[in-house]
Design a protein around this ligand. Structure first.
Ligand SMILES: O=C(CO)[C@@H](O)[C@H](O)[C@H](O)[C@H](O)COP(=O)(O)O
Ligand SMILES: [Zn+2]
Length: 192
């Protein structure tokens, strides 16, 4: 496939995402995330493979900075600690590597963000269950329809595709905008 053909696919999905009517869901995700972070409550993010990198990317933007000077925010990527991941997966199972960390770092009133292009990754689903039991708000970044995650997410940001790499590309646009708007909101409401 040529670069031009690949980018045509990407552009088509970004256009479809633009027309998919996600504005209200994004507004809700911003409200929930900004409210939690303003109170110092945790935002926990996880995913597998490329989405594990996306979880770390989000934490990097919000712990550090996106576009504005403001204080560091309580955002943790659950894919970021190899010792925790390998010990738990080795001693127990991979399905609970994220839910165990939600148990450890989650708080009532915090936000859990699960990223899965299929919407069906078992470890993300298990973490969503624990997040809900703990009284956290749940946000899903998924592909078309949200798969099994749909019914476990208070807010679903589903990209209208079933092609994993292109869904991930659209996810970056969604979470960069989420970070921009959360940062703007938190910067207004808190002292540096
Ligand atoms: O980055 C990619 C594909 O672009 C892969 O690493 C991909 O993330 C992995 O296959 C994941 O395990 C897919 O999981 P999910 O998105 O269905 O939850
Ligand atoms: Zn990838």
């Amino acid at each position: 496939m040529t670069l031009s053909a690949y980018l045509d696919e990407t552009i088509a999905l970004l256009r479809a995402t633009q027309e998919h009517g996600l504005d209200g869901a994004l507004d809700r995700a911003v409200d929930l995330t900004a409210a939690a972070l303003t109170e110092g409550l945790p935002v926990l993010v996880c995913g597998n493979g490329g989405s594990a990198s996306d979880a770390m990317h989000i934490a990097g933007e919000l712990v550090g900075r996106f576009r504005r000077e403001r204080r560091g925010l309580n955002v943790v990527a659950l894919s970021a600690n190899p010792a925790v991941l390998t010990a738990w997966a080795n001693d127990y199972d991979y399905e609970t590597v994220f839910s165990r960390q939600v148990e450890a770092h989650g708080r009532q009133g915090g936000v859990f963000i699960g990223i899965s292009t299929s919407g069906n990754s078992k470890n993300v689903i298990a973490a969503l269950h624990v997040a809900r039991e703990m009284g956290m708000a749940t946000v899903g970044l998924t592909g078309q329809g949200g798969g099994a995650m749909a019914e476990l997410c208070d807010v679903l940001l589903d990209v209208p595709s079933r092609v994993t790499p292109h869904i991930q590309e659209a996810h970056i646009c969604l979470y960069h905008l989420l970070c921009d708007r959360v940062e703007e909101r938190v910067a207004q409401k808190t002292e540096y």
